[in-house]
Write a protein that binds this ligand. Structure first.
Ligand SMILES: [Ca+2]
Length: 167
């Protein structure tokens, strides 16, 4: 029993080493609560008719994820202090309840041009899947990241949202 406890205490640093996160050359932005481990939605806000909650039903990492249910809409956050004219990649993991028909999509809104670009639509499936979307940042240095739940039924979950500068 004691041996299992010691072993598990070494797992987080090992997992970090295996994923290569610390050695990655990409520059992480200061997106907040990207893993939803605060246990609350803030500073993410909701857009349109989606019902957004923090859930412990599913988690890609940690204990919590973002659950989106009911209507079409998104949860969004402004990521500031990015470098204008540079491409950034938004990545997030998504999971759908078994039998769900609602698809998922990442959008990046540029406040300068007032335009949003979208990732491909991700059909629902009950397994964690990595979604990526690359967008160019304008001179204001801000991207508004949206995690969309499109029309359909069932709950979809998001976790481990990241924004990194492309090389
Ligand atoms: Ca999490």
């Amino acid at each position: 029993m004691k041996r299992i406890i010691i072993l598990s205490s070494f797992l987080p640093p090992l997992a970090l080493a295996l994923c290569g996160c610390s050695s990655s050359k990409s520059i992480q932005s200061d997106l907040a609560n990207g893993g939803f481990e605060n246990g609350e939605l803030a500073p993410w806000a909701t857009y349109l008719a989606v019902q957004a909650t923090i859930s412990s039903e599913q988690a890609h990492d940690g204990k919590f994820s973002l659950a989106e249910d009911s209507g079409r809409g998104s949860v969004y956050q402004d990521v500031k202090g990015l470098q204008g004219g540079v491409n950034y990649t938004v990545s997030a993991w998504v999971y759908a309840d078994s039998g769900a028909t609602a698809s998922a999509q990442i959008a990046a809104y540029d406040p300068e041009s007032n335009l949003a670009t979208f990732s491909p639509v991700v059909p629902p499936k009950p397994a964690w899947e990595l979604v990526k979307h690359t967008a160019k940042v304008s001179s204001v240095g801000t991207l508004r990241i949206h995690l969309f739940r499109n029309e359909g039924t069932g709950k979809i979950f998001w976790d481990d949202v990241r924004v990194s500068r492309n090389q």
